[in-house]
Design a protein around this ligand. Structure first.
Ligand SMILES: [Zn+2]
Ligand SMILES: [Zn+2]
Length: 257
């Protein structure tokens, strides 16, 4: 079975001690494509460096500024990130978005930095990797106002209900499911995942965070995407090979890798 991890932070220092082994386990688990995602200037450049060095392992990257870090962004996008956008290993802008749960950056700053990155994705013709937590109304308003339909993208680690899923699909976006899909209390999320059109669905780990059941609380890694994937296959009542191949096509269509 060939699988993908549409969102991981393999560039995170949590993997500094054993990144080679983590990559070997991902390969063993059948992962053929991994999207390594940046959160600020340094981690975006780290993601690009990793994607370049491990091109043979199917690594690609997204460069951008996470809502948590948006307060650190100046008036303009760092030149290094602007330059990175033309690298063939860079297949998306992100992660960007809004996080009103943690509020690590002021909301008005989050909105401004999010809007600027949408413009950036449109001009680079790259899809967006969008993080939204407790901020769906504002996030959709900004995506619509900035014309995000033109570049498309994915709502990563989707945490909304059926209405939010509907709005994302109307915008032409994909929904990516992470470890929370496997958590006991998340029946609403499972109902959403059971109904999303099969040509708009992705899976991810968001590792090192959000390890799926039964590894919850431990460090997560790309190989564990299999656990989330199996729950999804059960929900859809689909043969695993068939679902893996559909998800693979979705990743190819969105990221062009
Ligand atoms: Zn995120
Ligand atoms: Zn992430």
């Amino acid at each position: 079975m060939r699988l993908i991890d549409s969102h991981c932070h393999l560039n995170d220092e949590a993997f500094d001690g054993d990144r080679a082994q983590v990559l070997a386990r991902a390969k063993e688990a059948g992962l053929t494509r991994l999207l390594v995602v940046g959160s600020d200037e340094a981690t975006s450049l780290g993601a690009l460096d990793l994607a370049r060095r491990h091109a043979d392992d199917g690594l690609y990257c997204a460069v951008g500024v996470h809502p948590h870090e948006s307060r650190l962004m100046g008036e303009s996008i760092p030149a290094s990130l602007q330059e990175a956008l033309s690298d063939p290993r860079v297949v998306a802008v992100g992660e960007t978005g809004l996080d009103y749960y943690y509020d690590h950056s002021e909301r008005s700053v989050q909105r401004d930095v999010f809007a600027r990155q949408i413009a950036w994705a449109i001009s680079a013709s790259l899809p967006l990797v969008v993080h939204v937590r407790d901020a769906f109304d504002d996030a959709f308003a900004i995506l619509e106002a900035e014309g995000a339909r033109r570049c498309g993208g994915v709502l990563h680690c989707f945490s909304g209900g059926p209405d939010e899923a509907e709005r994302a699909l109307e915008l032409g976006f994909y929904l990516s499911f992470a470890g929370p899909l496997t958590y006991k209390k998340n029946d609403v999320l499972r109902a959403v995942a059971a109904a999303v059109p099969l040509d708009r669905i992705l899976v991810e780990t968001d590792s090192p965070y959000l390890a799926p059941h039964p590894l919850r609380g431990k460090r997560n890694e790309p190989a564990h995407v299999v656990l989330t994937f199996k729950v999804l296959a059960g929900l859809r009542g689909l043969d695993e090979e068939e679902l893996a191949s559909l998800i693979g096509e979705n990743g190819r269509r969105l990221f062009g890798w």
